[in-house]
Ligand binder design. Structure first.
Ligand code: CIR
Length: 258
């Protein structure tokens, strides 16, 4: 099945006030807006109608819409309960946007927390990261919902894995049976029955790519990863991501696809 819709939200004026764990300097909002526009154009080129929500100054991290909902295209969607206090209110606008597409919108409830950036879907399995944002109760609630839709869950604890905020910062599904992974997660038992491609050393940020229909959206400036993915037969859509990287965000975080 193909994605036909993508929800996005351009970065707010105060984007630089958002959360970050990396030390890459402050983002330039004008440049972030330009990079976001290029990302949206790529979504359209690859078959998605782009639904752009208004910017939201009350939530400087609100451009990272992926964290606020988990969508099983054609089946259903669930609203998350983001693990960072400052991001909790982001879900309201996303719920309103999704209400036009999904009759029921269940939600993760307290004491569960879950950022959907911690959920890597691969065919009939979802890998759920336990992180600083996603706790066991949030993962349990999500797994229960997924199981009703025929999707099995496996937990991957990333709390001791340096350099990644969310599970999908370190592993994404290129296909149902093929993952792209940072070295430190590649041997995890949860991935034992999948083919794992490893991003070259020094290119860890490139692991957070996203499959959009026939293309893989991938950060530019990572030639080793690009060569490996092209050799594996993928069509790439390299995109400039410098300003989002400064705020710990990647390619997948910028849209909700369904
Ligand atoms: C945050 O710390 O929540 C944002 N600055 C970045 C969120 C990135 N989202 C993602 O990886 N799914």
């Amino acid at each position: 099945s193909r994605f036909t819709q993508a929800i996005v939200r351009p970065p707010a004026r105060n984007f630089a006030d958002g959360l970050t764990t990396v030390d890459l300097g402050l983002p330039d909002v004008e440049l972030a807006l330009a990079q976001h526009a290029a990302y949206c154009a790529a979504l359209e080129r690859h078959g998605c109608d782009v639904i752009a929500l208004p910017t939201d100054d009350a939530h400087p991290d609100s451009t990272f819409v992926e964290d606020t909902a988990l969508i099983l295209p054609g089946q259903g969607a669930i609203i998350t309960r983001p693990g960072a206090e400052s991001r909790a209110g982001e879900v309201h606008a996303i719920r309103d946007a999704l209400a036009g597409f999904f009759a029921e919108l269940p939600e993760i409830t307290s004491p569960g927390t879950l950022d959907a950036g911690d959920v890597c879907e691969a065919g009939d399995t979802a890998f759920i990261g336990i992180s600083l944002r996603t706790n066991h109760e949030g993962a349990r609630q999500l797994a229960e919902w997924l199981s009703k839709h025929g999707v099995a869950s496996r937990l991957v604890d990333i709390r001791q894995t340096p350099g990644i905020l969310h599970l999908k910062s370190g592993v994404v599904a290129l296909d149902a049976d093929r993952l792209l992974c940072i070295e430190s997660l590649a041997a995890h038992e949860a991935f034992a029955d999948r083919t794992v491609l490893r991003v070259p050393a020094g290119e860890e940020y490139a692991a957070n790519c996203v499959r959009v229909n026939d293309a893989i959206f991938v950060a530019d400036d990572f030639p080793g990863t690009h060569a490996m993915l092209r050799a594996a037969g993928y069509t790439l859509e390299p995109l400039a991501m410098s300003e989002f990287a400064k705020m710990d965000g990647g390619l997948s975080c910028l849209s909700l696809r369904f």
